[in-house]
Design a protein around this ligand. Structure first.
Ligand code: SF4
Ligand code: SF4
Ligand code: SF4
Length: 273
């Protein structure tokens, strides 16, 4: 199962570099880099390229939030930043299961209302492609100026927003992993709804699991609860860290759910049926 994590990192790295190059230099440097923008959900929705939106909704329904582990550059930036946790004492660098926050639905509602109403400030600050554009813009103010003016927020505001976004995302990633993805990002909220009952899912095999907690401690989304052998699919970003870490191959990315381990806890078929 380590191969899944490797494949995921290769794809994420490719899209991350393409996105950064495209946003910093446009299409001059790498013509195919524009593919990174065409693959993003919200820019595709805004340019009425409904194909990409439908594609990702269907993919999320079947495979879960693969978008969040491969295509989104902010997700990759968060995962890269969270590597800084290695500098913390061993006890503090482990993740723990976190409860869901309903506030993500309120944030997503405000975001979509602003998007429809043409109020650009909220989408400029929390929509991942805009966040990444702002961040890249701090490194290349010329591209930032153009993007910020297009968004109607002014070049200086765009550059400041980029610097603040970068600091906040790195800080949040180090201390909370993918909390931005599961609380603030409206795209993550929508994909989470699609992926909450996806066909392929991360599942713990209760017959093999020894309860060592390695998977829970490796999960940046805080969505694995070893007690109860539970994985919250709506928040799982399919990063494959848990499946690569498990020494028993007991947590797997697979189609369908596992059955309950203890026979006495399985549903008993009544006699005569
Ligand atoms: S939740 Fe949002 S920011 Fe996080 S990876 Fe998914 S799209 Fe990107
Ligand atoms: S890492 Fe594997 S064995 Fe350990 S708790 Fe998780 S699923 Fe169980
Ligand atoms: S459950 Fe596993 S695949 Fe899902 S986010 Fe957590 S570590 Fe990544």
């Amino acid at each position: 199962m380590k191969g899944l994590r490797t494949a995921r990192w290769i794809l994420a790295g490719l899209f991350f570099v393409m996105s950064a190059v495209y946003l910093a230099f446009g299409r001059q440097l790498l013509r195919f880099a524009s593919l990174s923008e065409k693959s993003q959900i919200i820019p595709s929705a805004i340019t009425v390229s409904i194909g990409a939106v439908l594609f990702w909704l269907v993919i999320s329904f079947v495979y879960g939030r693969l978008y969040c582990s491969t295509v989104c550059p902010v997700g990759t930036l968060i995962d890269l930043s969270s590597k800084l946790r290695r500098l913390m004492p061993a006890r503090r660098r482990r993740y723990r299961y976190r409860n869901r926050h309903k506030v993500r639905f309120h944030i997503a509602t405000v975001y979509f209302v602003c998007l429809i109403a043409g109020i650009s400030v909220v989408p400029a600050l929390i929509e991942p492609w805009n966040v990444f554009r702002n961040i890249i813009g701090t490194a290349n103010p010329a591209s930032s100026a153009a993007a910020a003016v297009n968004l109607g927020i002014g070049a200086a505001t765009g550059i400041v927003a980029g610097a603040v976004s970068l600091l906040l995302i790195v800080f949040a990633a180090v201390f909370t992993g993918r909390e931005f993805c599961n609380t603030v990002c409206p795209v993550g909220t929508v994909l989470g709804l699609m992926g909450s009952n996806s066909v392929y899912r991360v599942e713990i095999d209760p017959d093999k699991c020894t309860g060592c907690l390695e998977c829970e401690e490796a999960c940046p989304a805080g969505c694995v609860k070893v007690v109860g052998r539970f994985v919250d699919d709506a928040r799982c970003v399919r990063c494959m860290e848990c499946v690569a870490r498990c020494p028993e191959n007991a947590i797997r990315y697979q189609p369908g759910r596992n059955r309950v381990a203890t026979p006495m806890m399985r549903g008993v078929k009544p006699h005569g049926r």
